[in-house]
Design a protein around this ligand. Structure first.
Ligand code: SF4
Ligand code: SF4
Ligand code: FES
Length: 336
């Protein structure tokens, strides 16, 4: 069966084949990424072939200059994550037939990461974030005698199976919308690992961890875009783990931060008026007396004003507010 593959190529020395067609700059926020040249190849492979089969076929028999990173070819090592038709996927798990769109499959390095060459991106940002959450157990139990083991209830470890399945491929970070605009964000994989250790009953640093993850760049910087859930090839669902961390952090008393204030302001506005008061949302999130940070958002406020997007100055309540309040009463919790 014939498949057409369009490969986004990048060579730091600027050397390309004559038939390589320059692409368009990526849209913001990825427009800092270098523009690629696209080369089209045709491969003859069985109908069950995956994208990585095509790339290896090209590299081995058509164009040895193509740089591809891969190892296991079995969705285990995590090294072949790349952009396929504009989203991060494992090339060794993506069936060519399923990804062929308008007669071809476009493959390239993700523009959210620095590119080294062709399909090989620099994973340094990924590993820096991974290390930043201290992804190792800080044990609180006494060391058992040599002929005994640490004992952990089965149920406690079953709760962590999802996070342990991570193969560190980076697909979630590559497509994370928050990371694309804020390189300081710890990102989905690191935070899923953060939950894996925070939720482990053997870990002695729960409180310190929750404090660290609640800081700027941590759990509250996720914008719930769900890309990490959609792209993870192992079902880790990093957003779910981030939400668990948020609950643990709030329960542990880490509420004096922009993220919690933002959630509080959101809920209070809906409880008290039935709709979101966007005018007070930002100042409440930042903190009314945090003058320096308030001044930093003034340019955005002026931009909104210029674009005619400033919310109404008078915030009206919706009719039937009693029903909204009843929902808050029923749900209970901090906003009752
Ligand atoms: S849900 Fe949050 S962590 Fe996941 S990709 Fe979106 S912004 Fe990133
Ligand atoms: S959470 Fe999923 S997508 Fe992210 S690195 Fe781990 S396996 Fe890959
Ligand atoms: S080559 Fe190992 S995950 Fe794809």
């Amino acid at each position: 069966m014939q498949f057409t593959i369009e490969v986004g190529r990048y060579n730091p020395e600027g050397r390309y084949a004559d038939n390589a067609i320059p692409g368009e700059p990526f849209p913001a926020p990825w427009n800092r990424s270098p523009v690629r040249r696209y080369q089209t190849y045709t491969v003859d492979l069985p109908e069950h072939a995956v994208v990585l089969d095509a790339l290896i076929e090209i590299r081995e028999y058509q164009d040895q200059s193509l740089a591809v990173r891969c190892a296991c070819r079995s969705a285990i090592c995590g090294s072949c994550a790349m952009w396929i038709n504009g989203h991060a996927n494992l090339a060794c798990k993506s069936k060519l037939q399923a990804f062929t769109k308008d007669g071809k499959t476009r493959v390239e390095s993700p523009p959210s990461m620095p590119v080294i060459r062709d399909l090989v991106c620099d994973m340094a940002p990924f590993w820096e974030k991974h290390l930043a959450v201290k992804p190792w157990l800080q044990n609180k139990q006494p060391i058992p005698p040599p002929d005994e083991e640490y004992r952990v209830p089965n149920a406690a470890m079953e709760e962590l199976i999802q996070e342990v399945s991570c193969i560190s491929c980076g697909a979630c970070l590559m497509d994370c919308e928050s990371f694309a605009v804020n390189s300081e964000f710890l990102g989905p994989q690191a935070l899923a690992q953060a939950y894996r250790y925070t939720g482990d009953p053997r870990d002695a640093e729960t409180k310190e961890r929750l404090g660290q993850y609640s800081e700027s760049g941590g759990i509250w910087d996720c914008t719930h875009c769900y890309e990490c859930v959609a792209q993870c090839p192992k079902g880790v669902a990093p957003l779910d783990q981030i939400l668990k961390l948020r609950k643990l952090a709030v329960d542990a008393g880490f509420t004096n931060n922009a993220g919690t204030r933002h959630a509080d302001a959101f809920a209070e506005s809906v409880r008290d008026s039935g709709r979101l008061n966007e005018l007070t949302l930002m100042p409440k999130s930042i903190g009314y007396f945090n003058v320096i940070e308030q001044l930093k958002v003034l340019p955005s406020a002026f931009n909104m004003l210029r674009a005619g997007k400033l919310p109404p100055l008078i915030h009206h309540k919706i009719p039937g507010l009693k029903r909204i309040k009843a929902i808050f009463e029923r749900v209970g919790g901090r906003f009752k």
